[in-house]
Design a protein around this ligand. Structure first.
Ligand SMILES: Nc1ncnc2c1ncn2[C@@H]1O[C@H](COP(=O)(O)OP(=O)(O)OP(=O)(O)O)[C@@H](O)[C@H]1O
Ligand SMILES: [Mg+2]
Length: 1024
């Protein structure tokens, strides 16, 4: 057994003494106290159909190995290499790099409860670390499994986890580095390529990591168990010696090799050729050498120490090449080349060495000292699991004995912790049926009667003791023991599968046959005394530490290998018992180091020999699941209306209400002081499934609630914004209004003041008013200018503008007149001239004149076709200027006759049909009389002396104003028209006189009156 001690001493250096483990012994420790470790990952239960259960404890059919393996397979297929059995982590070697060891992963597991995250080596590491910190209790993590199952990798992962996640100062960083760097060194000296594993650890390793009160790593301490020494001198085909030999030869600098007397060819050395496997594809010896050389420096070996270490390594190779021959019963060495190297490398006298190599013998052993007492510790045990080969020898015997002890520890601690928990919770302890392997441990280790004692006895007794006599002794002493059989003792069936040189032990994990060949030699493990003496004389400091001179004087025979191993195991048990253990059980999925392949036969074998079914059975003996009330209630409270959303009473009452609501039967659960215990996984699954369904409902509700809340918040925001905008806008409007009012008030004030001062000289008080009055007059004028020349309206100007107003008015009128005149054409001018004449004659004189004003005068009232052609013919060349139908009244009877009046340039002609009845030359026209009333009668006066004429002519025209105006113009008699009131006298021919009386009346009536006058009644049209 060799120890590597790494510890922090005040100088900050690392020392490497052979050590004695000084941990306190503690019987009263539990497997795992925290809920976290016991807990299962409920959250992943729903996916169990695909990925299996994360904790085997939740396997319904927990006694079925097939169900167990099926669960492993499901998970392995999904790259889920970790599964729990309660606090035990089962790990299947994936044989490929999984992305689950990143810094992020480490952070995810840091300080988190077991059941909150999926199973992982980090969860185990973190849980151990937290338990150590919070409960101030030393921890240990036990890693076991077959060669190649991933134990060393797991231990490295744990170390890395602590190196990354634990608090560290600069000072502590060196310790972390040293802890990490111890691995390459240990592996160089203790690992080798085997058929099962290219980097197989050929020793068991227990490593203490010591933490200070702040939780920072401050030191380490490594103990090795049962190094496979035989590998140094012999390797099976396809296997190699320890890596370090190849590393030096391949990677060592020329200088170094020269100093060591080595050649760069491993095939030159007898100890390296046996396996016929100098090179391995997965190993790069040259680069590994660099890593190891650097690691040695980090750990604290100085150059001299490294040199001495390498001297020893080289000396082993040289020793292998020493050739012996025999002469007369004595051995001698054929060549002294190697001896010379050996003498130099080991710092011993060559002759003495030669003598010792060829002569007698005696034994030695290494020892330990003590450790940090005040530090908290996490121990890592990377140790071989149960081994069962075709041929099992002394090594397998030791290894399986070790596992038997570890199983005993496991059972003891697990059951104890279960029992303690039950007691603590006030639940009746139900005895668990389990196989107590004490009987097997006793079979191996009991004083006087145990296999080791018998073996030692055979080794020590004088006479011709041999492996066979040892077997006989076993049969004699142990025959009849229920766990021990030999070929001779066995029944017929067993005998068939056993060799004569074998004994069989019925281990807790299964039966193993051990072949006794070599047991005695291996157990003796003797080193010739004179060889030991030579080593004690060495100048090599490492050798002098290994071979203690004081021991030479001790004549007592050293302990045998088995006894030493037994003692070191007992010590290991002590160490482990004083700590709270966690377990990692490694499984390899196939023998060909292939990813993905799941070799069921191989795995079943490992499940059996790792005792996993037994683990599970013990773990499931009582209740499958337990959880603190608050945790249980917190998770499942939504499943019961009374506990949802909050339970305000006692926690236990809450849980009790909840499980009753869920319909748990009394035999399915128990309520402890602080925890609920559930017996069957199916009860938990049903609850978990119910939660899953409920979660959907809750999620929908939450979603709706959240959406509502979002909408409400949005609405509130909009509302607030709207109100703000409204307020702002109202403010603006109010300010504008106030401003307008202010302005209005000022204007009014100014206006009033202006009004008061309006008659004063222009001064500041009235200037606005005055301007305003002017302005408003002008604006008013602008809007109300007269539309035409007849429109006489004009706004009244203020006093100050009277003159201007007048000027403007005139200008406006002129402008209108001018524009009006511009629009007049010749026709219109003619019309206007006629109208002017009519106005001169009739305006204010004849009643129907105003009615005639708007009616336009026409050129003629009768056209050519209206007049008899004969009459036209009679006119001859005389041009007709105007023609109008008239009524002629007889001079005597006043009979009305329809006639036409034609005006020519010289005369007015009265036409009856085709005849020109009467022609009145304008020269002969004395005058024209007309009444002032609205009638159409008029009289053309002719001279009475004119015989051609028969007297004045009484006519009536419907267009009297027009007709008379035309006559006046044609005859140039404008001033000869008399407008009479009352009556008109006229000559009726031959000196006779006629009278026409005009009276106003309601309608027009023309008739001969009784007095012989012509009476005309005319309606009054215009009151004058
Ligand atoms: N978690 C892992 N991820 C990826 N590969 C792994 C893992 N664990 C182990 N391996 C692979 O398996 C090989 C063997 O693992 P390891 O050396 O840890 O086995 P072991 O159990 O220590 O065997 P031995 O008892 O022979 O020392 C490793 O070299 C590595 O290639
Ligand atoms: Mg290993």
């Amino acid at each position: 057994m060799m120890e590597l001690r790494i510890q922090l001493i005040p100088t900050g250096e690392i020392i490497l003494p052979p050590g004695k483990n000084g941990e306190n012994y503690c019987h009263n420790c539990r497997v795992v106290a925290s809920d976290g470790v016991r807990a299962m990952m409920e959250s992943a239960l729903t996916a169990r159909d695909r990925v299996g259960v994360q904790d085997f404890v939740l396997l319904e059919n927990y006694t079925s190995e097939a169900a167990f393996i099926e669960n492993l397979r499901k998970r392995f297929k999904e790259n889920l290499i970790y599964t729990y059995i309660g606090s035990v982590l089962v790990s299947v070697n994936p044989y490929k790099d999984l992305e689950i060891y990143t810094k992020n992963h480490m952070e995810r597991y840091r300080g988190v409860n077991f059941y909150e995250v999926s199973p992982h080596i980090y969860a185990v590491s973190d849980n151990a670390y937290r338990s150590m910190r919070t409960e101030r209790k030393d921890q240990c993590i036990l890693i076991s499994g077959e060669s190649g199952a991933g134990k060393t990798e797991a231990s490295k992962k744990i170390l890395q986890y602590y190196a990354v996640t634990c608090p560290a100062s600069e000072h502590v960083q060196t310790i972390k580095d040293r802890l990490l760097q111890s691995n390459p060194v240990l592996e160089a000296f203790g690992n080798a390529k085997t058929l099962r594993n290219d980097n197989s650890s050929r020793f068991g390793k227990y490593m203490d990591i010591q933490f200070d009160f702040k939780g920072a790593p401050v030191g380490g301490h490594i103990i090795n168990y049962l190094l496979e020494k035989s590998r140094v001198v012999h390797q099976n085909h396809g296997e190699r010696n320890f890596h370090i030999f190849y590393q030096i030869i391949e990677g060592g600098e020329e200088d170094l090799l020269r100093r060591l007397g080595l050649e760069r060819n491993s095939q030159q050395y007898q100890y390296l050729v046996k396996g016929n496997c100098p090179k391995v594809s997965s190993i790069n010896d040259r680069s590994d050498w660099k890593v190891v050389r650097k690691a040695l420096a980090v750990i604290g070996f100085n150059d001299d120490e490294v040199e001495e270490l390498l001297n020893i390594i080289a000396s082993v190779l040289h020793l292998g090449n020493v050739q012996y021959k025999e002469e007369e019963g004595y051995a001698y060495i054929t060549s002294d080349t190697q001896i010379k190297y050996l003498a130099r490398l080991l710092g011993v006298n060559g002759t003495v060495l030669t003598e010792a190599l060829t002569h007698k013998k005696i034994i030695a052993k290494g020892e330990e000292d003590e450790s940090h007492k005040d530090a908290s510790v996490i121990g890592l045990l990377d140790i071989y699991g149960f081994e069962v080969f075709q041929h099992n020898s002394f090594e397998q015997f030791c290894i399986n004995y070790c596992n038997e002890k570890l199983q005993q520890l496991f059972i003891e601690l697990t059951l104890k912790s279960e029992q303690e928990e039950y007691e603590a919770e006030g639940i009746t302890w139900e005895p668990v049926q389990y196989f107590n392997n004490k009987i097997i441990c006793d079979l191996v280790e009991e004083k006087f009667k145990g296999i080791i004692s018998i073996l030692d006895e055979e080794c020590l007794r004088p006479g011709d003791a041999s492996d066979v006599t040892f077997l006989q002794k076993l049969e004699d002493t142990l025959g009849g023991h229920p766990h021990f059989v030999t070929h001779k003792l066995a029944d017929g069936k067993t005998r068939k599968v056993m060799g004569r040189e074998e004994f069989r032990l019925l281990h807790y994990a299964g039966e193993v046959n051990y072949n006794v060949n070599g047991f005695l030699d291996k157990n003796n493990d003797l080193l010739f005394r004179n060889l030991k003496e030579v080593m004690c004389m060495s100048e090599n400091k490492i050798l002098t530490q290994c071979f203690d001179r004081d021991e030479l004087s001790d004549k007592k025979r050293p302990d045998t290998a088995a006894t030493q191993f037994k003692a070191s195991l007992a010590k290991l048990m002590e160490i482990l018992m004083s700590k709270e253990p966690s377990y990692v059980r490694c499984i390899k999925p196939n023998d060909s180091k292939q990813a993905v392949r799941f070799d069921e036969v191989l795995i079943r074998h490992q499940v059996k020999y790792l005792g996993l079914m037994e683990n599970l059975r013990v773990r499931r003996a009582g209740f499958a699941y337990r959880r603190r009330y608050e945790t249980f209630l917190q998770r499942y409270k939504s499943l019961c209306p009374e506990t949802w959303p909050n339970w305000n009473g006692k926690l236990s009452d809450g849980v009790s209400t909840l499980v009753k609501h869920l319909g748990y039967k009394p035999e399915e659960y128990k309520l402890g002081r602080s925890k609920i215990f559930i017996r069957f996984p199916k009860t938990l699954f049903a609850t978990e499934d119910a939660l899953e369904t409920r979660k959907h409902g809750l999620a929908t509700k939450l979603q709706a609630g959240w959406k509502g809340y979002c909408q409400k918040t949005k609405f509130q925001k909009l509302r607030t914004s709207a109100i703000a905008i409204q307020a702002w806008w109202r403010g603006i409007l109010a300010r504008r209004k106030a401003q307008r009012r202010r302005q209005a008030a000022n204007t009014i004030r100014r206006f009033i003041k202006g009004f008061i001062y309006r008659h004063k000289e222009r001064c500041p008080e009235n200037e606005y008013f005055l301007d305003y009055v002017r302005y408003s007059f002008l604006m008013n004028l602008h809007r109300n200018l007269p539309k035409n020349v007849l429109d006489k309206s004009w706004p009244t100007p203020p006093a100050a503008l009277t003159e201007s107003s007048e000027l403007l008015r005139k200008m406006c009128m002129q402008n209108m007149v001018w524009s009006y005149c511009k629009k007049i054409d010749s026709e219109w001018k003619h019309q206007m001239e006629q109208k002017m004449i009519a106005s001169d004659i009739f305006k204010d004189k004849k009643d129907n004149y105003p009615q005639s004003v708007p009616k336009l005068f026409v050129g003629t009232r009768l056209n050519g076709e209206d007049i008899n052609p004969k009459a036209i013919q009679a006119l001859g060349s005389e041009k007709m200027k105007y023609a109008v139908p008239v009524t002629k009244y007889d001079r005597k009877g006043y009979k009305p006759r329809s006639r036409q009046l034609l005006l020519t340039a010289n005369s007015a002609i009265i036409v009856e049909e085709g005849k020109l009845k009467q022609r009145i030359d304008y020269g002969a026209l004395k005058g024209i009389s007309v009444s002032s009333l609205s009638d159409g009668l008029f009289v053309l006066h002719v001279p009475s002396e004119d015989n051609k004429q028969k007297g004045d002519v009484v006519l009536q025209s419907d267009h009297v104003i027009e007709t008379l105006t035309k006559i006046a113009i044609c005859a140039d008699k404008i001033n000869s028209i008399n407008i009479n009131q009352g009556s008109i006298k006229f000559t009726a021919g031959h000196g006779k006189e006629g009278i026409i009386d005009f009276t106003p009346g309601s309608e027009l009536l023309v008739a001969k009156a009784k007095n012989g006058h012509l009476s005309v009644t005319a309606p009054r049209l215009n009151s004058r």
